[in-house]
Design a protein around this ligand. Structure first.
Ligand code: RVP
Length: 503
């Protein structure tokens, strides 16, 4: 006889927190969102802790080195996507580990033989007004010039004009040599009244830009997540196919933590991957596993040696696994049951294995609910894909700025390793879609805003830390009718655009 769960599959939107007593201590400034990432024994501390409970999804459209740096500055960890060559993924890790504050890798680059029309298109796509002209059009190519909006007049020039005809050529550029410190580069900016200065190596190859605006708007990053060498922390996704080659390359590149990326992780392949890591590195390499959605799945991965366990099947915004295959579980129900299993495992063994709720966060308050239900941290894809730092193009569609966001199981990503179940045959159907998401600005502003809400709700619940929230939260299921009561209702909204600010 098949097993039937007593409860229906529930999602975050079906729950609300009920306030607890708040003392005068319960102020947003007093809330601490520190959280463990990898397992630890009773009485000890996790060897990797984040300052905020957010990690970015293991996806092409979300987690590259640029987003990883932005998130580490805020206190979280990005898991660089694994659906790329081992060399490229390791190079991204290396770039995060060697990142120097203020030195920016150029992401608007063009060749001298391209046209003004192409330049304008690039400017629209990237949103940058400074473009590097390199011999091969790459961010590391030999620098032959720079174009800013002062170099051309659209009204007077043909769109066919070649970039080399109007760029400021290398001979006229002021630059700094690789190895200069940020303060030296800034002196060059100030002394020469420049907005930008390129940094080049001994072979005239572009390495970075330093921008005056970055210096002027320099933010304080009190939550920066750094390793013992003061480098930003970063994670990486791996699969259960090429782990024997991929993992050593990522470890060598400096990845702080790995995660097996699979749509369904209650499998022997995950155990093989974990066994490989333990045999080669013992406990010195940290690796999470998943995804699972029930007690059995958690216990299997816990026994197999996972450092953390990731929860979620089919709840991702771009995911169509449930429609295609009929497997999955409402994210709230999955987190609640796995959190119970995690607590039971801790009681029994004295080992605390952090759990990560992956996917399905739509409103900021869902983050608070996921934590209250027992998640130690949360993985988000759609949320991060909307920001300046995500790797995808920013487009103007019918007057609205959007960014592209596609699933790892879509034809565009072709990350079949995430979905295959052994054998040589590649999957022949998609489990994800290609989409647009509303552009939302800088990661830092958004993360701070969202977490302000999380902290505020925690104060309402009378708690100042995530473990306290997990212990003391009181939750109620909302009825379909009371859902209506939760939004603005029975009034005529003056400004409907406001509703998008809620996300
Ligand atoms: P969301 O934050 O709701 O956008 O969900 C992101 C999660 O969705 C990822 O972390 C991953 O678990 C899952 N995903 C990624 N690609 C796909 C797919 O193509 N089905 N699903």
């Amino acid at each position: 006889m098949a097993v039937y769960f007593n409860e229906p599959s529930r999602t975050f939107s079906e729950y609300l927190l009920v306030p607890g007593y708040s003392s005068k201590e319960c102020r947003v400034d007093n809330v601490n969102l520190a959280t463990p990432v990898v397992k630890f024994k009773k009485g000890e501390e996790s060897s990797i802790k984040m300052k905020i409970p957010l990690v970015s999804a293991i996806m092409q459209a979300v987690s590259d080195d640029k987003l990883a740096v932005a998130l580490a500055k805020e206190g979280g960890i990005s898991f660089i996507f694994g659906s790329q060559t081992i060399e490229n993924q390791a190079a991204m890790i290396r770039r995060v580990k060697s990142h120097k504050a203020g030195f920016v890798t150029s992401d608007a680059n063009i060749r001298p033989d391209q046209t003004l029309g192409e330049l304008l298109e690039l400017k629209e796509r990237t949103g940058h007004s400074t473009t590097a002209v390199t011999e091969d059009g790459t961010a590391e190519g030999k620098l032959v010039g720079i174009v800013t909006s002062r170099d051309y007049r659209i009204s007077r020039m043909s769109l066919e004009t070649k970039v080399k005809e109007f760029m400021t050529p290398f001979e006229k550029l002021i630059y700094v040599k690789e190895g200069a410190t940020l303060s030296e580069a800034n002196d060059v900016l100030w002394d020469n009244k420049l907005n930008t200065v390129p940094v080049i190596d001994d072979n005239q190859r572009l390495t970075h830009f330093v921008f005056r605006k970055d210096y002027d708007t320099h933010k304080a990053y009190p939550n920066e997540l750094l390793d013992e060498h003061k480098r930003y922390m970063v994670g990486a996704g791996v699969n259960t196919r090429d782990y024997a080659e991929r993992i050593p390359a990522l470890v060598e590149a400096g990845a702080d933590v790995l995660c097996i990326d699979s749509s369904e992780g209650f499998s022997e392949w995950q155990k093989d991957t974990l066994d490989f890591v333990r045999a080669k590195y013992g406990d010195s390499v940290k690796i999470g596993a998943g995804n699972v959605v029930d007690r059995e799945g958690f216990n299997y991965l816990a026994e197999a040696g996972a450092d953390f366990v990731k929860i979620g099947i089919g709840g991702g915004s771009i995911c169509i696994t449930r429609e295609q295959k009929g497997i999955g579980r409402g994210q709230a129900s999955a987190v609640i049951e796995v959190a119970q299993a995690r607590n039971e495992y801790y009681e029994k063994t004295g080992v605390y294995i952090p759990i990560c709720s992956d996917g399905g966060i739509v409103y900021d308050y869902h983050m608070t609910l996921a934590l209250a239900m027992g998640a130690d941290f949360i993985m988000l894809g759609r949320y991060f894909s909307r920001f300046d730092e995500s790797p995808t193009n920013k487009l103007n569609i019918n007057g609205n700025y959007v960014k592209e966001y596609w699933g790892e199981g879509s034809n565009r990503a072709r990350n079949w390793q995430r979905y295959d179940m052994g054998g040589d045959s590649k999957l022949s159907f998609e489990e994800g879609v290609d989409s647009y998401v509303p552009y939302a600005g800088a990661l830092s502003d958004n993360v701070r805003y969202s977490l302000q809400k999380v902290k505020s709700t925690m104060c309402n619940c009378g708690v100042l830390t995530i473990p306290e929230l997990q212990k003391k939260a009181k939750m109620t299921i909302v009825s379909a009718t009371s859902l209506v009561e939760g939004g603005a209702h029975d009034v005529i909204l003056k400004d409907t655009s406001n509703s998008s600010n809620l996300r």
